[in-house]
Design a protein around this ligand. Structure first.
Ligand SMILES: [Zn+2]
Length: 445
């Protein structure tokens, strides 16, 4: 099964905008209420039996169950009978909020993420319709529960044969967007290892180095706009909380951030395509980017957003039949790619790899990339390699790679075989990635 997420700009009229805003508001109340309920329950179980606090204590009967998703969903159905405000919003949308909260609690344990937070009106930014009707799209209009027919900018066609499963409406600084998750019931075999192998080393000094000796500079997306951001944020301090001037200023800041992230995503897609031009098999390190971002260079790591790049790379590679695999990240910078001997720990300032055993000389990052490539090829032979492929089960409710609609749609040819499906998806991507050479520099041999 293939799942794609396509994103379109929504053009709601005034009344529809009000409905969207109201939905967001009710979703926020449900989120905050449910979170409070869970927090209270947890706090009530923390107090020692023999030593209650003098100030306040959460007292919830010992036999009351933990408010998990099912308990809360039941409450919600009951509350809907009496509350006009809850009635004004689609029931599935509200259930989805509870489900998201439930997942946030699970992720906190399994992925070591932070405790879910209460949301103010700026933080609640999206809601989802988990079920969509068939034929809900006509020309450049989409039929949504409660909203009716809403116009959107159809920047690319929905590929033939795909069914619209879910829709998520997102509010951004630049307006409202709709993310459609499209599904097609076919199974496509994974890409095997083949052709020219390429190792990639990610870093902060250079964005990446390939085993073929290419170095890609890290564009400082945030740096360019940093002074402008700083100025606006300094002004924010003098504005009163909740005032309309503060709101306006916040919107300007948000638009600036939006611009940074759009530029970055575009650049990363182009880079991923240019890498896939060069090789049929790509190896990367299995780095945990979340812990990286917590380190000393956190701001720069986030600015480079390696995690997003890796998922974009996997996605582009899958579409273009390029094999991608992750290899063990340890000691990649301490091994000579030519003779395999340990060269020891190096300072970050040493940018040259110079092997004392065999005399092999190259750029440090390129050497690391070559080690990654060698490791990958070795692993493929011994079948240790974990083949990674894009998580095709992701949908509009998750955070899969969603592409910016690029304007050139898919030709409406009928799809007969599995391969043609992929080719159809591929077609639209090939046109606009050829202009990517200015940021790459090669080092002389
Ligand atoms: Zn050597």
């Amino acid at each position: 099964m293939i799942t794609l997420t396509y994103e379109y700009k929504l053009i709601p009229d005034k009344q529809q905008t009000e409905v969207i805003e109201n939905t967001l508001n009710v979703c926020r109340s449900v989120w905050n209420f449910a979170l409070r309920e869970r927090k209270d329950w947890l706090s009530s179980r923390k107090s020692p039996v023999n030593a209650c606090s003098l100030k306040k204590e959460y007292i919830i009967p010992a036999d009351s169950p933990y408010p998990n998703y099912h308990v809360q969903a039941k409450y919600l159905t009951e509350a809907k009978k009496t509350s006009e405000r809850l009635k004004s919003v689609n029931a599935q949308v509200l259930q989805q909020v509870l489900r998201t909260l439930d997942r946030a609690f699970l992720d906190m344990k399994s992925k070591n993420l932070g405790f879910p937070r209460f949301k103010n009106k700026y933080r609640m930014r999206s809601f989802a319709y988990p079920q969509m009707l068939k034929d809900c799209v006509k020309d450049s209009q989409i039929k949504l529960p409660q909203l009716g027919w809403v116009k959107f900018r159809k920047s690319r066609d929905i590929p033939n044969g795909f069914e619209i499963k879910q829709a998520r409406i997102v509010r951004r600084a630049s307006g409202y967007f709709i993310m459609l998750s499209l599904q097609l019931e076919v199974s496509i075999p994974d890409v095997p290892f083949h052709g020219h192998p390429l190792g990639i080393d990610l870093g902060l000094d250079k964005f990446l180095a390939t085993s073929d000796g290419q170095l890609v500079h890290r564009p400082r997306f945030l740096n360019q706009l940093h002074s402008e951001l700083k100025l606006l944020q300094r002004r924010l301090r003098n504005k009163q909380k909740g005032s309309s001037n503060r709101h306006k200023l916040n919107q300007r800041i948000a638009r600036l951030h939006q611009r940074v992230s759009d530029t970055r995503k575009d650049w990363q897609f182009k880079l991923a395509h240019s890498l896939c031009d060069q090789a049929q098999s790509i190896f990367i390190e299995d780095i945990n980017f979340i812990s990286w971002a917590k380190g000393m260079l956190g701001k720069h790591t986030l600015d480079a957003s390696f995690g997003q790049f890796v998922s974009i790379l996997k996605w582009v590679a899958w579409k273009r039949d390029v094999f991608v695999a992750e290899v063990d990240k340890n000691y990649t910078s301490q091994i000579c790619p030519n003779c395999g001997s340990h060269t020891g720990k190096k300072l970050l300032s040493v940018r040259e790899h110079n092997c004392s055993e065999c005399g092999y000389k190259t750029h440090q990052d390129v050497a690391a990339a070559q080690v990654i490539r060698n490791r990958g090829v070795e692993n493929v032979d011994t079948e240790l390699c974990r083949s990674v492929h894009i998580e095709r089960s992701r949908n509009a409710l998750g955070h899969g790679v969603s592409e910016n609609a690029c304007g050139d749609g898919l030709a409406g040819a009928a799809m007969s075989s599995q391969e043609s499906v992929k080719q159809e998806i591929l077609k639209c991507e090939f046109k606009n990635h050829r202009c990517f050479s200015s940021v790459i520099m090669s080092i002389p041999e």
